[in-house]
Write a new protein. Structure first.
Length: 432
């Protein structure tokens, strides 16, 4: 296990992207940490805590292949997809103190520690989003529309999937989608935790057991020692680990990175598995969304028949996320359709052949936004209310889920009382 301090690896500047609610200030964070004795990183008790995070070493064939590539000086790409914790929420400064950057840095330091190492980072965390949206984003944000071939993919949705309408099918589909990439990456399941000791590990870890995947549980590492005095085995308090009720502090992000680094260390010194994992087995929960593709204003005309009606504008006030190691925010779903107060009452109409369809629309705290009615094949499906969450981020909902591919028509119009309001269709995820 690499021993290092909690200070930032280097400095980062530039504008920060909007983050999830419930934030403390940097001064508040420092004040909270002063309540408890300092965390002794690298101490025997710290190492024991980190070791408890290894929920399953799993089949190591793919991960060892990535490690050996790095040792040979070949290019290795480590990708992370998840919610706000993967985005880096709570880390100050975010780009270089988030767990994704830190664990990438530790991997490079451990296996390719020389100037100009070709180990690369892809970070695709977006706050407030579950695997239901992750499956829509994967091709764009991880594979970069076919231009990237990651060697390692870390999946972190254990605290975001409470609202997943498929109750695990989108998560398992995302895992299988990653495992099926041409580059045959090692897929690591990472289970983060909230302040109240909650996550969805009980639902999601069985998927890891099913495919014998490496699994790292931050919950297993830290929860048992919370509240213990240092002489009783306590390492870090909740005040020191959590920036707010959801996200880690710099120290919490470092612990998450060290948990992943422990997996890397254990894998490196273990004998290699000769056989690869088996993915051609019946799914544990479901694999119906493996082939999900993104449809937006950029490619929509090539996939479906679309009449944007009154949704003819483009929204530029979007959720931002610092991707990779960037210190600037990248707008999420910039190729969208927006209804404005001047748009009139013409509805958005889309006809396409598919089995399943996910609508992604913009949530907003602005009173300028109103509710839209969604109809599928002429029948009312739902009202999409952008104020249910009430802050600017991406909301994903399933419009239909069927076993056979058929032609469907989706109509989106402003509901009564919202004719002169805004509403933004960010895009769709469809399964052909």
């Amino acid at each position: 296990m690499t021993d290092h301090s909690a200070t930032s690896i280097n400095k980062a500047g530039g504008p920060a992207a909007p983050r999830d609610p419930e934030y403390l200030s940097e001064g508040d964070q420092a004040a909270e940490e002063m309540v408890d004795p300092p965390v002794v990183f690298g101490s025997p008790s710290y190492r024991d805590m980190i070791a408890k995070s290894l929920l399953n070493q799993g089949n190591n064939k793919r991960l060892k292949a990535a490690i050996e590539k790095a040792k040979r000086g070949e290019q290795v790409t480590i990708a992370f997809i998840g919610g706000s914790i993967t985005h880096g929420a709570g880390a100050i400064p975010l780009p270089l103190n988030c767990y994704a950057y830190r664990s990438y840095h530790l991997f490079k330091q451990r296996f390719a520690s020389y100037e100009g190492s070709p180990v690369r980072l892809i970070k695709a965390g977006v706050g407030g989003t579950p695997s239901e949206l992750g499956i829509v984003r994967y091709d764009r944000d991880v594979l970069r529309d076919g231009t990237e071939n990651p060697d390692i993919v870390v999946v972190e949705f254990a605290v975001n999937d409470a609202g997943d309408e498929t109750r695990g099918s989108c998560y398992e589909s995302l895992v299988l989608k990653a495992l099926g990439d041409d580059s045959q990456p090692a897929v690591i399941l990472l289970f983060s935790v909230f302040l109240n000791d909650w996550n969805l590990q009980d639902r999601l870890a069985p998927i890891g057991w099913h495919y014998d995947l490496p699994m790292v549980s931050v919950k297993d590492a830290v929860v048992g020692q919370f509240g213990l005095a240092r002489e009783q085995g306590g390492v870090i308090s909740k005040r020191q680990f959590f920036h707010d009720i959801y996200h880690p502090t710099n120290s919490g992000h470092q612990i998450m990175a060290d948990c992943l680094d422990w997996l890397f260390e254990v894998t490196d010194r273990s004998a290699p598995d000769e056989e690869d994992i088996l993915t051609d087995k019946p799914p544990l929960i479901g694999n119906d969304y493996v082939h999900t593709r993104l449809l937006d204003r950029l490619n929509g005309a090539d996939i479906a028949q679309i009449d944007c009606g009154g949704f003819r504008e483009t929204d530029t006030d979007l959720q931002l996320a610092e991707m990779d190691d960037h210190d600037y925010g990248t707008p999420q779903f910039p190729h969208n359709w927006m209804h404005t107060s001047e748009s009139g009452d013409d509805r958005f109409t889309m006809t396409l052949r598919s089995k399943r369809l996910i609508l992604v629309f913009k949530d907003s705290g602005s009173s300028d936004f109103g509710t839209a009615e969604i109809r599928v094949d002429g029948e009312h499906k739902m009202f999409a209310d952008p104020h249910e969450v009430n802050w600017t981020h991406c909301s994903a909902v399933i419009l239909y889920d069927e076993q056979e591919t058929e032609e469907h028509t989706v109509e989106i119009s402003m509901s009564g009382g919202s004719d002169y309001k805004r509403f933004t269709i960010l895009g769709f995820g469809f399964v052909p």
